[in-house]
Design a protein around this ligand. Structure first.
Ligand code: RAT
Ligand code: ZN
Length: 404
């Protein structure tokens, strides 16, 4: 009789069984979502869920303005429900929802067996309004196969700060991170000791898994500017002292069209050598890095081959489309083996976890299956056990390694 352990370590020599196994493992593997904008219910109005929040996601409002010729001010003056109705009518009733963000809505409605061709949102609203939030979080995490999410926490945000001081987050699945955009992008200027104090206090209060910042496409290091000063004098010494990794998200051009509000940011190609210089100068700090421009992806892989304190992660924002996720994942598998974090969701609204992970898992499984198939053709078969080991490494292990 063949035992299940023997079956697990059996060589998968047929392509059909190999591909089926990869799909099974990738779909079942719990994933640690290393960058989101989600919050647990204690954070009240910051904890977003339901159809109106899903439809007013900035990825979708930007698309709506391309088809509905409505002045920006008129749209922003509308209530959230009216905005959601307009997005629905424009992108889902008057047009076919082919974009990734629009297809995401369809995937979410479909999972909950809601009418994906409805003309009105009544049924969907009634469904989401009837959910108990904490049960709903459990259900969504379960469907998405997400074991935990990293929040984006701004230590200089007053509303957030009040919540942290009055008990903060009770749900261990929501990990915190210290996001320092206001300091890095010049909205707050303070002396080094004052920033140090603020960071030390925030680290004590929030217990973050990493320190983070998003940076513009023209970010340079070294550069003799305030960002270099902040990195050298405050942030990297703090990261070192507390044993925290530094997460850098590079390539955003904020406010390209301010009329679009949150949807108005663009992107630009950045200089990857800035990351090489940081990794070289701070060999004892671990860096998690993602670039927003498709053109930077290959250079990031090459930089990671040179510096083993550099962990590329995710297909960020405008890159989170199936064709590009597929391309980047293949490039990374070919250049880095399994030593990278293939994806993060960047979810702002709870149920986005469902579609973002469903869609990404498909691309990751296909890329991985092709890779094992090539290996088979070259003369080496893999086992189910090895597939599970590889997927667990990419979905959780690499991050655990980085954040301790
Ligand atoms: O992807 C997004 O939702 C963007 O608006 C940003 O939040 C980006 O992910 C960021 O963290 O700056
Ligand atoms: Zn984000």
């Amino acid at each position: 009789m063949v035992t299940s352990t023997e079956k697990f370590s059996e060589l998968l020599t047929g392509t059909a069984e190999l591909r089926a196994e990869v799909e099974l493992v990738v779909n079942a593997a719990p994933v640690m979502d290393v960058h989101t904008h989600l919050f647990p219910p204690e954070f009240k109005e910051l904890s977003l869920f339901g159809i109106d929040e899903l439809l007013t996601y900035h990825y979708l409002t930007a698309e709506t303005f391309r088809s509905a010729r409505i002045p920006y001010d008129r749209f922003w003056a509308m209530s959230k429900m009216d905005q959601a109705d307009m997005v629905w009518k424009t992108l889902f009733v008057d047009n076919t929802p082919t974009s990734e963000a629009a297809q995401g809505i369809i995937s979410v409605l479909d999972v909950f067996r809601l009418d994906t061709r409805a003309r009105e949102l009544n049924e969907a609203r009634a469904f989401f309004n009837s959910q108990n939030l904490s049960d709903h979080i459990d259900q969504v995490f379960d469907i998405a196969g997400v074991s935990g999410v990293v929040m984006t926490n701004d230590p200089l945000d007053e509303a957030e700060s009040r919540i942290w001081k009055s008990g903060g987050n009770g749900d261990r699945r929501f990990k915190s991170s210290l996001r320092l955009d206001r300091l890095f992008n010049g909205f707050e200027s303070r002396s080094a000791p004052s920033i140090r104090r603020m960071l030390d206090q925030s680290i004590q209060l929030l217990n973050p898994v990493y320190i983070a910042a998003s940076l513009p496409a023209d970010f340079q290091y070294p550069s003799n500017d305030s960002r270099e000063w902040l990195l050298d004098e405050v942030v990297l010494p703090t990261a070192k002292e507390h044993g925290l990794a530094l997460t850098l998200m590079i390539g955003v051009r904020r406010g390209v069209n301010p009329g679009l509000r949150e949807a108005g940011d663009g992107l630009g190609r950045a200089d990857v050598s800035a990351i090489e210089s940081l990794c070289e100068r701070y060999r004892d700090v671990k860096f998690l890095v993602t670039f927003l421009s498709r053109e930077n992806q290959h250079e990031l892989c090459v930089a990671a081959r040179k510096f083993n304190n550099l962990m590329p992660f995710g297909c960020w924002w405008f890159l989170n489309n199936p064709s590009i996720v597929s391309e980047i994942t293949r490039e990374r598998l070919e250049l880095l083996g399994t030593s990278f974090i293939p994806q993060h969701s960047d979810a702002r609204v709870l149920e986005q976890l469902i579609y973002k992970w469903k869609h990404s898992r498909k691309e990751i499984a296909d890329a991985l299956a092709d890779s094992y198939e090539r290996l088979l053709t070259s003369g080496r078969a893999v086992t189910a056990e090895e597939i599970t080991r590889d997927v667990n490494r990419m979905f959780a292990g690499n991050f655990a390694d980085w954040v301790g």
